[in-house]
Ligand binder design. Structure first.
Ligand SMILES: [Zn+2]
Length: 60
């Protein structure tokens, strides 16, 4: 299951949530307000040469 990061503007904190679907926002676990989803830094574009991590699957 993919891990997404959510940022609450009220608490000014980030939260990690496991979401199966692409949600735009979740409820803040601290204050209950709407927390917006933020893009993770470790998520890099696929199909680019010079990747760090090796992915298993079909390859040349
Ligand atoms: Zn909050």
């Amino acid at each position: 299951m993919p891990l997404y990061e959510f940022y609450c503007s009220k608490c000014e904190k980030k939260y990690e949530e496991l979401c199966s679907s692409a949600l735009n926002s979740v409820q803040c676990p601290s204050c209950g307000k709407e927390a917006k989803k933020v893009f993770s830094l470790f998520q890099t574009g696929s199909g680019s040469s010079g990747g760090g991590t090796a992915s298993s699957g079909c390859g040349g």
